[in-house]
Every structure is written in C-alpha cells, then in structure tokens.
Design a protein around this ligand. Structure first.
Ligand SMILES: Nc1ncnc2c1ncn2[C@@H]1O[C@H](COP(=O)(O)OP(=O)(O)OP(=O)(O)O)[C@@H](O)[C@H]1O
Length: 229
C-alpha cells in the first residue's frame, strides 16, 4: 500500500466562516492503480488531491505514505516528497512559457542534490521527450506549442524525477476532445509501465479511462468502483 487516509477531514475557515470541504475520507491506494476522483464542482476533489500531494494538510484524521504518518513530517521532508515521490500535472499546464521544452522538463532537477542522479536524469530527458512525442520540440519555447503539446511537456516535467505517483488535476480541462483522448492515452501508458496515477476530473470520458473511480459528494466518498475487465 502506497497511500492510506483514515477518516481525514478538512475545514477551511475564512472571516469566522467555516466550511467543511472533506468530511471523513477513508481511502487506500495500492501501487500501480489508475484512479479517477470525480464529483460535482465543490465536492472536494482538489482539496483531497492537495492533501494526498502534501500541498495542504488535513484538519483531522491520519494520512500515511508508505506506512509513515505525514503529520510527523517537517516542511523539508514534505518538500522532498513533493519533488521526488509525486509528479504534478495541472489543468493550465503551469509551464514557464518563455523557457524551452527542455528547460521546463528539467526544471525540477534544480532541487536534486545527488549529482549522479541529477546527471543521469538530465541525460534521460531526451528519451523522455521522445517517449512523449515532443522530442522535435526540445529547443522550442513552450509559449509556441499547442495545448496538447504543452500538457505533454507538463507530464515530462512531472516524470523527470521518476516519481511513484502522478497526481493530475483536471489534466484535460483545457483541451479539446481529441487532444484529451491523446493525453489520457499517455497517462494510461505510464500506468501500464507501473506508475500509480490519480486523476481529478469532472469529465465522464476521463473517468472512464481509469480503472477505479472514486466519487465525492459534499466531501464524502459516495462510491468507489473498480473495473474488473
Ligand atoms: N482555500 C480555501 N478556503 C476556503 N474554502 C475553500 C478553499 N479551498 C477550497 N474551498 C472550498 O472547499 C470546497 C471544495 O473545493 P474543491 O476545490 O476541493 O472542490 P472541487 O471538487 O475540486 O471543485 P471544482 O471541480 O470546481 O474544482 C469548495 O466549496 C470550496 O469553495
């Protein structure tokens, strides 16, 4: 088991107003899973993904990564998890538009202290771009790319540090149907190669591409189904 949440809640408080975004989430994720988190707008999908990715903390309950309680980790440990264990893919790509494709993909290497590891990954960047079908764009500025190509760059950036898990928040939200299909094919292939993939989506097509679908409503899991075929 790679991830376990036990009765996790999240409350946001602003100006004395309190909002319960997650209301007792219990969930286990095994290595190699391909999961969609779905639900209507405001159901808590992004809040849950942010807690899983250690971008935010829970209000109560326990979150364990590979058996260790995240509550005990200091900021440095959480930052290293974000850089080494998780690869993040976002709806708006979040690329540095005036950087080239290669510069964007290799950006997270800035935080890698181990020189040998860093060099190896730098050398592997070209193969990664080839795998994502954007090697011919290596030296191009990302501002000039199509939406689908930009998302491939963002996936490359998420993969460069060889994470265990890919966390994608509406990865196809800014793409047309055909390009969305292509991007889901890329994620499917990564999953087949062993990566654990969690996708937040409100798009039934995207959810259908995943093997397990977890549906949230008002901060609670209302269904959790795994496709058997
Ligand atoms: N930082 C915050 N401060 C206050 N309330 C927040 C904050 N972040 C999220 N919320 C609230 O928590 C609820 C869940 O938000 P969340 O973004 O997780 O929903 P979502 O299911 O991802 O929605 P969407 O599909 O619209 O992105 C919403 O009602 C939202 O307004």
């Amino acid at each position: 088991m790679i991830i376990k949440l036990k009765d996790v809640t999240k409350k946001f408080t602003t100006n004395d107003l309190s909002f319960q975004a997650l209301a007792g989430i219990t969930l286990s994720v095994n290595e190699g899973e391909f999961i969609a988190i779905t639900g209507t707008s405001g159901s808590g999908k992004t809040t849950l993904l942010n807690i899983i990715g250690c971008l935010d903390g829970q209000t109560s309950g326990e979150y364990l990564i590979m058996g260790e309680s995240v509550g005990k980790f200091d900021e440095a440990r959480k930052a290293s998890l974000r850089n080494e264990v998780f690869g993040f893919v976002l709806q708006d790509f979040a690329l540095v538009e005036h950087y080239t494709v290669r510069q964007n993909v290799t950006l997270p290497l800035m935080y890698v202290k181990d020189k040998k590891k860093k060099k190896g990954r730098e050398n592997g960047a070209k193969d990664l771009l080839a795998k994502l079908g954007i090697e011919h764009k290596e030296k191009e500025r990302t501002a000039l790319l199509s939406g689908g190509q930009k998302q491939r760059v963002a996936i490359g950036r998420a993969l460069i540090n060889e994470p265990k898990l890919i966390l994608a928040d509406e990865p196809t939200g800014a793409l047309d149907q055909k390009t969305s299909k292509d991007i889901m094919e890329v994620l499917k292939k990564l999953n087949e190669e062993g990566k654990t993939v969690i996708v937040v989506t409100h798009d039934p097509f995207v959810a259908n591409c995943c093997k397990r679908v977890i549906q949230l409503e008002d901060g609670k899991i209302v269904s959790d189904t795994t496709r058997t075929a």
